[in-house]
Design a protein around this ligand. Structure first.
Ligand SMILES: NC(=O)c1ccc[n+]([C@@H]2O[C@H](COP(=O)([O-])OP(=O)(O)OC[C@H]3O[C@@H](n4cnc5c(N)ncnc54)[C@H](OP(=O)(O)O)[C@@H]3O)[C@@H](O)[C@H]2O)c1
Length: 278
């Protein structure tokens, strides 16, 4: 029986990671599932089996390099190869830049950036030995254009975008593909886990409509696997914002100011001052 291709996915217990795991499973992959919640991972692993693949849950905190190394080692031990790594684990921070605490910034970087770096560091030698593989690093539309209230998150996601562009060129001679994934607003648990300090951050996101399904992101990731695709941006709005941000940054600022004013109005309606904690 031919060996199944193998994908490791971080943040696989919910949202985009879960949808991507199932999409690979439907293609017959063995999917190695990483996140902190063991119970949710076991459920996703069972669903991968039903979808036609194999799911191996490996509870992992991506902020710990030793755990991420052990995750990749477990995949190699179980299946003998790694074809795809999706560095997807992440969470949001909602705070005005001048009010970001050290702890919020440290945590934003630990999960959203260092988690991705540790994933790349662990999997690159395995893929180099095979001279093939595909690494997907999940950033965001606002990892390409900064957005108010999201300074800590944007900083971490911009770091992911830069790291990924560097890695893409370094991997060319090894035939390893590297793709930056930039979702826009996606309907997942993400908004339940935003670290908003003392503000009613959930209310601030109420104004944002048209969240896409995580299945849209998952299907595109699987569809481009093995191809030279530098970047995935999913919505017309996202592509438009990135386009004008590079060519007409002042126009992008004006558009972002509408968004900022909208959030301020919602926050004020919820009893928060726009300046947050003062
Ligand atoms: N939803 C959006 O609108 C949107 C837009 C742009 C980009 N993104 C990005 O897409 C990625 C996936 O987010 P999502 O929307 O699918 O949100 P989600 O449903 O909240 O999923 C986040 C995943 O990350 C995992 N995670 C968080 N901290 C972790 C840690 N320290 N170690 C290991 N796993 C950890 C969570 O699992 P556990 O809690 O079990 O650890 C969960 O599986 C994130 O990088 C996010 O920044 C999302």
């Amino acid at each position: 029986m031919p060996q199944r291709p193998v994908a490791i996915i971080t943040g696989a217990s919910s949202g985009i990671g879960r949808a991507t795991a199932l999409a690979y499973a439907r293609k017959g992959y063995a999917v190695v599932l990483a996140a902190r919640r063991a119970g949710a991972l076991a459920e996703v692993a069972a669903a991968c089996g039903l979808a036609g693949g194999t799911g191996l849950p490996v509870p992992t905190d991506v902020t710990d390099a030793a755990q991420v190394n052990a995750l990749v080692a477990r995949a190699v031990e179980a299946f003998g190869r790694v074809d795809v790594m999706v560095n997807n684990a992440g969470f949001g921070v909602h705070a005005l830049v001048h009010q970001i605490s050290d702890e919020q910034m440290r945590r934003a970087m630990a999960v959203n950036f260092y988690g991705v770096l540790y994933g790349c560091r662990a999997v690159v030698p395995v893929m180099q030995a095979a001279r093939r593989g595909h690494i997907f690093n999940v950033s965001s539309v606002i990892g390409k254009r900064g957005s108010p209230y999201n300074g800590a998150y944007c900083a971490a996601k911009f770091a992911v975008s830069g790291l990924t562009e560097s890695l893409r060129v370094e991997m060319i001679d090894w035939h390893i593909r590297v793709t930056l994934v930039c979702p826009g607003m996606t309907a997942t648990e993400f908004f339940d886990h935003v670290d908003g300090g003392d503000r009613t951050h959930e209310s601030s996101f109420r104004g944002v409509r048209g969240r896409m399904s995580p299945d849209v992101v998952a299907r595109r990731i699987v569809a481009v696997t093995g191809r030279k695709t530098p970047e995935l941006v999913f919505s017309r709005g996202g592509r438009f914002l990135i386009y004008i941000a590079t060519r007409w940054p002042r126009l992008a600022d004006k558009l972002m100011k509408f968004y900022y004013d909208d959030l301020k109005r919602i926050d004020e309606g919820a009893g928060n001052s726009p300046a947050g904690r003062i």
